[in-house]
Ligand binder design. Sequence first.
Ligand code: AQP
Length: 335
Amino acid sequence: MMSDKKILYSGMQPTGQLTLGNYLGALKNWLLLQEEYNCLFSVVDLHSLTVRQKPADLRKNARNLLMQYIAAGIDPEENIVYYQSHVSGHAELAWILNCYTHLGELNRMTQFKEKSAKHESNINAGLFTYPVLMAADILLFNTDLVPVGHDQKQHLELARDIASRFNNANGDVFTVPDPYIAKVAARVMSLQEPTKKMSKSDENPNAYILLLDEPNVIRNKIKRAVTDSDAEIRFDRGNKAGISNLIEIYSCFTGMTMDEVQSHFEGKGYGDFKKEVGDVVAEGLRPLQERYKELQKNKDYIDQIIKKNGETANYLAQKTLRKVKKKVGLPELVR
Ligand code: AQP
């Protein structure tokens, strides 16, 4: 892990099964970047506690998520793939960084506003300080680059501000991280409400495609996707959100540009278009699904990955924490 390469950090919440949005917006970029960087890919289970979870589901989702990282092609021998909750340094650093974050900054976070509206009966303090824990995740490992979907850009900007504020007060401790946001599919939209992003916790399963959905389920969900009534296959997010979303998804799986996709479907109807989109997505996810099934049979291997990577992440986290504690004046435990 500790070669001279720069450090990349990213994670996903085990709040459900991974969607096409998580895959195209984040995971696919991880695959492209994993060789160039020293990478940490976390299952950010502490984050998911901000919304009520059923304990048994959370445990299952977390393990499935880690297996989906590997099934997608993340190499767990070359990268650190681990559970956030196995590294207590995340929570410790988050506390310290809370003391370097202003309420006004947290008040401006759109995700907090959206999630508070969605979970009116449980607007807990964790939901509010979520971006501070995210800053801690990133800064704990002196991360240089953070690949995220467009929805996380604001949180990343806050992490940069917190890092700079801490450094200004205490001397250079943290690397100020850069975001990496893919140009295409940074925002995959819901299939049922295409002006809203696709989310794994959406109540309507037809709104999202799961990476592990059966091929016929994928085809049916795309067939049912909400479009418009003017029958023209043209990329125009403002006026044709549903069709534009499907064009973008198609382009991601085929490598064609938006223009090429448009010409490819010129003169064709929505029915034919949706059928082809369904086919390329179902086919494109097949290798991942096959690898996932293989991994499911190999419990010991996954257990060993979780243990080994958790230990490495802890070791690295402690190195940063010791430095941070010293800088802010917290005494060392003399053994
Ligand atoms: N629709 C999306 N398009 C592109 N990228 C997306 N991401 C999420 N949705 C889309 C990116 O996926 C990564 C994992 O996100 P997360 O698990 O930390 O939580 P999230 O952003 O809140 O994702 P969800 O699916 O919407 O989860 P829930 O429903 O639990 O809130 C991030 O890099 C994110 O940008």
